[in-house]
Design a protein around this ligand. Structure first.
Ligand code: SAH
Length: 568
């Protein structure tokens, strides 16, 4: 079963009106990274949404714990369509706006009652806990702590109902989290809670909980590796749920067969130098079992801390944050940010990537040396860290992705090539601006950076001239800056020599950020003083046109600008 690590999934605190804000803020303060999601035009939060049902379902699908400050019935109705399909079930709670009641609704196995208790304690109220096992024993026996896994949920439910019906139990093995739990204990009981890496033998009176205390080290990566590991475990009476990690020699970092085997087994893949398992420094006491197919099992008594077993394959994700607002950050980029250990980038963008979890390290620099930043990111990834490099907009459009690849191509360090490198796209400024204006990029267009920092100005002039001749719509990035004061005027001169003064122009400034402005004008009217380095300039083609638009908001345009799909 999929489990949720609360550290990776900060809850969404959802409010529908200003009356809920004070309570929402108290609850938000309990969880690092929590955000207040507020109904647009009704309340002010960290994130605005327009339709409650859709928003709750989207969060639920992503596995985000939900604390909704509204009637329980509303939450139930909104999520009902998703409940038949039991995948990951994040905790869902309804909380009275005034903080007078908290009701855990869903997510019994992902800690909803733990959250309800914490919220209850913070607000000084009794949580409405209805799970019978929890009520009686003060904990959910079927939700063991991190590092342990339940052998069988069905069997677990039967066991809990036996205890509720009056049976007593003993505890075999080490279950420190049950020390202070009010269980009907009896050393001579037939029922037993067994804590052991050994597989459940089918005894209906046993609740078996496995410490994740076993590692499997393989030296080769045959296609059937996952199967061989399962056989090795079964052959030695060990439960698959007791497996904490698959371990491979460091030379196999990046070997897809190992990655697939680890994914099939549902455990992390870790790497060690050399042949011997000694390098893993398994805690004492432990035993080693040679199991065939080059597989060695290491079995400890206690759950293993996977983060100390050798090291992970480092990951480097270059991602685009979009123009600025959270709604235009893709879920894929959000997920990469959430699971990152290190965030590398220009200070403004690292700030934009927030809020971060405690423990995530920011490497914000003001230097513009992109290659140096890319190399730093690889060095971090080589230590096994999960690094993200952030750019605004799309990382491949005048941004870090090309710098990262350039660093990799020139690298002498072979370890860099073993890093799991991914590039996650984002909404580029030209696309965000175009969408606000209508569809000026509806026909052939080009994107040009007017910065001559890394290319000769003569090349820019030549491209502008040809693009103008080709009647392409043009999107200008980096149109002007204090260090490049005259270039835009010169660029406009070149375009105006070919294109008519009535050509449509759209300027988007700080699109998707606070203080966003959009303006439409003609090429004849455009002056370089209308533009700064936070502006996107879109110059239309001969076919780009505009017409009046009703109900334009402040700061937005009073016309639609578009370029037709056809061309005469
Ligand atoms: N990778 C970025 C572009 C970086 S170049 C992207 O894909 O959007 C920086 C230039 O992008 C700025 O000079 C400006 O022209 C444009 N830009 C970036 N963000 C913008 C925004 N929010 N609004 C308008 N223009 C923006």
């Amino acid at each position: 079963m999929a489990t949720l690590s609360p550290a990776l999934h900060a809850p969404a605190v959802v409010i529908l009106g200003p009356g809920a804000l004070a309570t929402a803020q108290r609850v938000k303060a309990l969880y690092a990274g929590a955000q207040i999601h507020a109904l647009q035009d009704r309340a002010q939060g960290d994130i605005a949404f327009t339709e409650l049902g859709e928003h709750l379902r989207e969060l639920y699908r992503r596995g985000t714990p939900l604390i909704a400050l509204c009637a329980a019935g509303i939450v139930i109705r909104c999520l009902a369509p998703l409940l038949a399909n039991k995948g990951i079930e994040p905790p869902v709670l309804a909380l009275a706006e005034d903080g007078s009641a908290v009701v855990p609704l869903l997510g019994g196995l992902t800690g909803v009652n733990v959250m309800a208790r914490a919220i209850g304690a913070a607000l000084g109220i009794a949580p409405a806990i209805t799970t019978s096992g929890e009520l009686r024993f003060g904990t959910c026996l079927l939700n063991p702590p991190e590092g342990y896994a339940l052998s069988s949920l069905t069997q677990g439910k039967r066991f809990v109902s036996d205890l509720l019906a009056g049976d007593t139990t003993r505890i075999d093995g080490d279950a420190p989290w049950l020390d202070n739990v009010d269980l009907p204990r009896n050393a001579a009981a037939r029922h037993a809670i067994r804590v052991s890496p050994q597989a459940w033998d089918g005894n209906p009176e046993h609740l078996v909980i496995h410490p994740r205390s076993v590692v499997a080290r393989a030296t080769e990566s045959p296609a059937l590796l996952a199967e061989y590991v399962r056989e090795a475990l079964a052959g030695n009476g060990l439960a698959e749920q007791a497996l904490a990690a698959l371990v491979a020699p460091v030379e196999h970092m990046g070997d897809a067969a190992f990655e697939q085997a680890a994914a099939a087994l549902g455990v992390p893949l870790r790497f060690v130098d050399g042949e011997s398992l000694d390098a893993l420094k398994l805690p004492e006491p432990h035993r080693l079992i040679e199991a065939g197919h080059g597989i060695t099992l290491g079995v400890a008594d206690e759950p293993l801390d996977v983060s100390t077993l050798g090291r992970a394959r480092g990951r480097l994700t270059v991602l685009g944050l979009g123009p600025g607002c959270a709604d235009l950050l893709t879920p894929m980029a959000r997920a990469a940010l959430d699971e990152a250990t290190d965030i590398v980038g220009y200070a403004t963008y690292v700030e934009m990537a927030g809020p971060l979890r405690p423990g995530q390290v920011r490497h914000a620099t003001d230097n513009r040396e992109e290659l140096q930043r890319a190399r730093h990111a690889f060095e971090l990834a080589c230590e096994g860290r999960r690094v993200v490099v952030v750019s605004s907009g799309d990382p491949g459009v005048f941004a870090m992705a090309a710098a990262v690849l350039e660093a990799l191509e020139g690298a002498e360090d072979l370890r860099w090539r073993r890093v799991d490198l991914r590039i996650v796209p984002g909404v580029s400024a030209a696309l965000a601006t175009a969408a606000q204006a209508g569809a000026p990029l509806g026909h052939d267009f080009c994107m040009l950076s007017l910065s001559d920092n890394l290319k000769p100005w003569a090349v820019i002039e030549k491209r502008l001239h040809h693009a103008a001749l080709a009647d392409l719509v043009m999107a200008f990035y980096n149109p002007i800056s204090r260090a490049r004061p005259w270039q835009l005027d010169r660029a406009l001169e070149i375009v105006r020599a070919v294109r008519a003064p009535q050509t449509r122009v759209v300027l988007g400034r700080d699109v998707g950020r606070p203080g966003e402005t959009l303006r439409a004008m003609t090429l004849g009217e455009l002056q370089s003083s209308d533009v700064d380095m936070r502006t996107m300039v879109i110059v239309g083609s001969s076919a780009t046109r505009g017409f009046g638009r009703e109900g334009a908001r402040d700061g937005s345009m009073d016309e639609w600008v578009y370029t037709p799909r056809w061309y005469k």
